[in-house]
Design a protein around this ligand. Structure first.
Ligand code: 5AD
Ligand code: SF4
Length: 435
């Protein structure tokens, strides 16, 4: 296998792209393609193929693709046989336009067509594929998953039917599709057999899973050897009672909820087509906290949505104060071609920047307070790798905090109890408790 060709893959954007990149790597591996297959390299200069798995959610994300492609030109000139592929949501949105703008690109493949990559490379199918094929890519990808460490992502649902006024996802990922539960359970069992202990179920609207999301979580919890279950991203309007209940009675379901709200103003929520109010969102968080009082809540916010006034912005800050987030992502509104909001009058950039800054400052303080409050508590930590210091292990707590533990006996994949002794800007430190 020493002469296998080499693949450099760069992933932009969300966790689902991370998952898709892993699946592309598996499908291009020598085990699937024989002598024509690729092994992954971290050294771009050694690559026979460079694959960029792109994100289209905000303007900056797609600009990044074009600047990275420009920087690949000298490498392509030096190695004319180098293949350059663009995958993901920019590929979906722009298709052949990418090849016109950047003739060095050989392959363009959308998120629903990447199972056809091996055939593309063999010259058996078209080199721009942005179809939403009738076949299910998951059935055609290699079933044996390559794993790296004790954590893994598992896509259970893709696409979105919500059409928030700012968002490209319904156009790039397509309509909501759920994978049958038996396939998800089979993939999960395969991951656990290969050492995975912590699975994050992924979907643009994971709780809109058609075959009962809480049922799926409970069936996964029955897999012996699987210790932790997480999920993201959820929509407030698709929350089932049983999922909330599972947070109270299913020990493997982690106390962590990513529930984006985007804004705290009812007026803006309406203009965004979110179809819920701030009060309804707060009531929902209240129900999760009643089921699992220590649940850590995270969200996404957009600052400077078209038409947002200062009073709307204040309502967002009020909502953030009312919830008390453990973490949150916040973004400056970015108009996306083809979305309804892109037609509307924008808030001046400097105003949006100032609002974003205020949101981020408040959230950073809440994040730090949540983390600091863990000091003195006992938590479970799943070791993911050795730390930089000798005799140190690093892992994640139930609440997804990074924890450094002094433990010279520790092994990757072990789930241990730890007493937290200190909190620093991005992680906790603690001591293993011997049982
Ligand atoms: N501008 C800014 N942020 C956006 N998001 C989605 N679309 C846009 C946009 N046009 C953010 C939302 C979403 C997250 C994944 O990205 O907050 O929840
Ligand atoms: Fe985009 Fe809204 Fe769908 Fe989330 S729910 S993917 S923000 S359209």
């Amino acid at each position: 296998m020493t002469d296998a060709k080499k693949l450099f893959i760069k992933t932009y954007g969300c966790q689902m792209n991370v998952y898709d990149s892993e699946r592309m790597v598996e499908s291009l591996a020598p085990a699937n393609m024989g002598g024509e297959g690729y092994v992954v390299t971290d050294v771009i200069e050694d690559a026979d193929m460079v694959l960029l798995n792109t994100c289209h959610i905000r303007e900056k994300a797609s600009e990044k693709l074009y600047s990275d492609l420009g920087r690949l030109r000298p490498l392509k000139n030096a190695k004319p046989d180098l293949k350059i592929g663009v995958a993901g949501c920019v590929a979906q949105a722009e298709g052949d336009e990418i090849k016109r703008r950047m003739p060095l690109v050989d392959l363009v493949v959308g998120p629903q067509a990447y199972h056809r990559l091996p055939d593309m490379l063999r010259g058996l199918s078209k080199t721009t594929d942005t179809d939403f094929p009738v076949e299910d890519k998951f059935d055609l990808l290699p079933q044996r998953r390559a794993t790296r460490g004790p954590t893994a992502f598992l896509t259970v649902q893709e696409g979105c039917d919500k059409f928030c006024a700012f968002c490209v996802v319904p156009y790039t990922r397509g309509a909501e599709v759920s994978r049958p539960a038996d396939r998800v359970l089979t993939e999960a069992r395969g991951l656990v057999e290969r050492g995975v202990r912590d699975i994050t179920l992924l979907g643009q609207n994971v709780n809109a899973y058609r075959f009962g999301f809480a049922r799926l979580v409970r069936d996964l919890a029955a897999i012996e050897g699987l210790q932790r279950i997480r999920y993201m991203t959820s929509h407030p309007n698709d929350m089932e009672d049983d999922l909330i209940a599972a947070h109270g009675d299913c020990a493997k379901l982690m106390p962590y909820l990513h529930l984006p709200v985007q804004s705290g103003s009812d007026r803006v929520l309406k203009a965004m087509n979110r179809k819920h109010t701030a009060a309804e969102y707060l009531a929902l968080i209240g129900r999760f906290r009643a089921a699992r009082p220590d649940i850590l809540v995270t969200s996404d916010f957009i600052a400077g949505f078209p038409g947002e006034t200062d009073a709307d912005h204040q309502a967002t800050l009020d909502l953030i104060r009312a919830v008390g987030y453990g973490m949150a992502y916040s973004f400056k509104y970015s108009p996306r071609p083809g979305t309804p909001a892109a037609e509307r009058l924008e808030v001046p950039g400097a105003v949006a920047d100032a609002r974003l800054h205020e949101i981020q400052t408040l959230i950073t303080a809440q994040q730090r307070a949540t983390q600091d409050a863990m000091v003195g508590r006992e938590v479970s930590v799943l070791y993911e790798k050795a730390g930089r210091m000798p005799g140190q292990m690093v892992g994640k707590s139930d609440h997804l905090h990074a924890v450094h533990v002094d433990d010279s006996q520790g092994k990757v994949g072990e789930l241990v109890r730890v007493k937290i002794s200190a909190s620093s800007s991005n992680s906790l430190a603690g001591v293993r408790i011997s049982l």
